[in-house]
Design a protein around this ligand. Structure first.
Ligand SMILES: Cc1ncc(COP(=O)(O)O)c(C=O)c1O
Length: 404
């Protein structure tokens, strides 16, 4: 765990100052994760942070200061990248469902002489539409392939499997190359994009996905000789797998040394850069004895952390009150009116109303997926800034600002 746990000292004061639930971010942990991925692949790699993991401007600008561009999937994420100071030249756009408005915005930026680094296209249909809208405007694209691999992860995160909705199938890619919807436009095919899945438990699917991407690049080059780029996606895991600690960024990078690589290579991780840096500070609301098991309801749940309900994700939980007391079987629940709002089964000391708990590994796909269901305002975000001390970077949403 990062320094957000189990050093309990800042938390009681924090809870007092901003209330709970509250997200807490450790910037030093972001720096460490970013630098270790940079070291694994090398400074010459294009490194894009996938904003979907956590688009908080403080997070994005921190990563940008360490050489990371932005990978965005919508106009909203593009706006978040801009607010964080990431220029278009270091921003890539991808996404399975780009609207005409999004495609047009990318074209308008290029027309204004401020193009995105590239736009990644998902289907033949999308490629045709983009070409139609783009006309003579010069703009780089990557072709996202579906590598038809078996990612070693939760089914909901296995985007590189043959049956997923993501990426061009082999026949689709060949049709695209044969029919060339980009002919007569300013679109330049710069290469291939692949992303096999998130929270990968092994390197095998990544290796097979990389192999498929490099083969696809060879094919693309038969029609577009200037294609010189492969974006290998993200997917590096955090926390151990049942069989071990899980591969590191360096293990994924090592797989690629088996291959001759093109002039430009890119990665676009999200989770591995920010998950460990975040935690969710919560209070116990009430406890019920279920015959030896304590059933605990916290003041945080699926509205702030949907991952356990969405795909059975497991987060470390630390009791901040009497952390060294004997532990009890504990069923931990959230306060939302859904049975799915369950954080999981843990062994924790006897808890009482008002006790504080810290849910770790909540920096990725946590606040990014926050909702206001049940009329619950967005929680505050606090940075444990080593220079200034704890700093609220986003206030708790005011009741008056809630949208119903
Ligand atoms: C295309 C693409 N790239 C990158 C990512 C980031 O994945 P991760 O956070 O697992 O690194 C995702 C996640 O869904 C994705 O779909």
């Amino acid at each position: 765990m990062a320094s957000v746990a189990p050093d309990h000292s800042p938390y009681p004061q924090l809870a007092e100052a901003v209330g709970t639930p509250a997200y807490v971010l450790d910037p030093a942990a972001i720096d460490a994760a970013a630098d270790s991925a940079t070291q694994a692949f090398g400074e010459h790699w294009i490194r894009s942070y996938s904003l979907k993991a956590n688009p908080l401007p403080e997070v994005v600008s921190r990563l940008h200061a360490r050489g990371w561009g932005a990978n965005v999937v919508s106009l909203g994420e593009w706006e978040a990248a801009r607010r964080a100071g990431v220029p278009n030249a270091e921003t890539t756009m991808e996404g399975i469902g780009k609207t005409d408005a999004e495609l047009r915005a990318a074209i308008a930026a290029a027309r204004d002489g401020d193009p995105l680094r590239w736009v990644s296209l998902e289907t033949l249909d999308e490629a045709r539409r983009f070409a139609q809208l783009c006309g003579p405007v010069p703009l780089d694209v990557l072709l996202r392939i579906n590598p038809a691999v078996r990612p070693e992860t939760h089914a909901g995160l296995a985007v590189g499997s043959a049956e997923s909705k993501f990426g061009l199938r082999g026949a689709e890619l060949r049709t695209l190359l044969d029919t060339d919807p980009f002919a007569g436009t300013g679109i330049r095919v710069r290469g291939v994009h692949v992303h096999v899945g998130s929270q990968l438990g092994e390197v095998t699917a990544w290796r097979n996905g990389a192999h498929a991407a490099l083969e696809a690049l060879d094919l693309v080059r038969t029609k577009h000789s200037g294609a010189d780029t492969v974006d290998f996606g993200g997917g590096f895991p955090v926390l151990g797998t049942p069989s071990g600690p899980g591969p590191s960024a360096a293990d994924f990078a090592a797989v690629l040394t088996e291959h001759e690589l093109p002039a430009r290579c890119a990665i676009e991780p999200g989770r591995a850069l920010v998950a460990e840096a975040g935690a969710l500070l919560a209070s116990v609301l009430h406890v019920r004895d279920l015959g030896g098991t304590q059933q605990v309801v916290l003041d945080t749940g699926m509205t702030e952390l949907i991952r356990p309900a969405l795909y059975g994700a497991r987060h470390p939980v630390h009791a901040l009150t009497a952390p060294d007391a004997p532990v009890l079987p504990t069923e931990l629940h959230g306060p939302v009116c859904e049975s799915a709002d369950r954080i999981g089964h843990y062994e924790l000391p006897a808890l009482h109303r008002g006790d504080l708990v810290l849910i770790g590994m909540a920096g990725a796909y946590s606040s990014a997926l926050e909702t206001t269901y049940n009329g619950r305002p967005h929680a505050p975000k606090v940075s444990l800034d080593p220079e200034t001390g704890p700093r609220v970077v986003q206030d708790r949403e005011r009741l008056a600002a809630l949208r119903f």
